[in-house]
Design a protein around this ligand. Sequence first.
Ligand SMILES: [Zn+2]
Length: 349
Amino acid sequence: MILEKLKNDVVLGDGGAIFELERRGYVSAGPFTPQVVIEHPESVRQLQTDFARAGSEVIQALTYYAHKEKLKDIGAEGYLKEINANAVRIAREVADEYGIIVAGNLSNTWSFDPSNAITYKETRSQFDEQIQYQIEYGPDFFIAETFEYLGEAKIALEAIKAVDMPSLITMGFKSDDKTLDGILLEDAFKELEDLGADIVGINCFRDPKLMLPLAKRLKKTVSCFVATQPVAYRCSKDKPYFQIQEFDGNIAFPLELDPFVLSRFEMARYALEAKKMGINYIGACCGTAPHHIRAMAEALGRTVPNSKYSPNLKLHTIIGDESHIKEQNARILCEQRYGKAHCHFLTKT
Ligand SMILES: [Zn+2]
């Protein structure tokens, strides 16, 4: 289903639900785990509905960090099954209402250590466990994301292939173009493609401007579908990933990232550039909200359910067109901008 769709056109993904639900008050920054799917399922359903109405064609089940290692760490191991099952159930309900696709989701485990063979088995069994609980509610394919070790990404791919589902495997690159196990980006993705990944891509950490040059190299290397899921937080060449941005002399991650949020126009430009570059799956990651996704969808020429509420600035009483601008507002605006002396022409006589 996802692969058929990708053959016909670019597919627009969704955004960083964990960060958006943190802003909305339902996820705790720090653990960043998704108990929200069992404690406040209505907030997840609403956000995923918001993404769907903004034009997302895929809803990712909110199972980021819903693996044994992380849940054990915060004393929530007992909820592993419930969280994984509920996340897919909610995503399925929303997706069915809007006729879109559900992605099951696996993520970096923090268990994997390339120098310790035992951790290969541990990592695989955590992925198998999550897949087993998620698959019951009928995801259409799996996204395995935010891997910094090629070794761990390969284990996720094997686990997805073991249940014969299409796979989108994304890796994250912070300061350079190598995986944490020292493999150059091109070689890492070629290996994933050769091992049978259907879609490969880059996600998280970098903003679109710093991710697309890497994606261009990836696109030249593989012949399978390619995905990009950048953060919607501004980065810079000397600070290439979002966790090291500084605000007021302090590290902004994770609680003071607001000043770095990209505008909807920047995300819209990203969608267009990615399409031009031949990226097949255009999504987003941490920091992205539904207004970004709608701007991306509309930049791609689409009209989506919530296009009904897209900006209509001509109706504004201060900056609108002549028939809607109110004289007193125009006068206030003129005086603020240019000073009273210059605005006589707007003064009633
Ligand atoms: Zn992210």
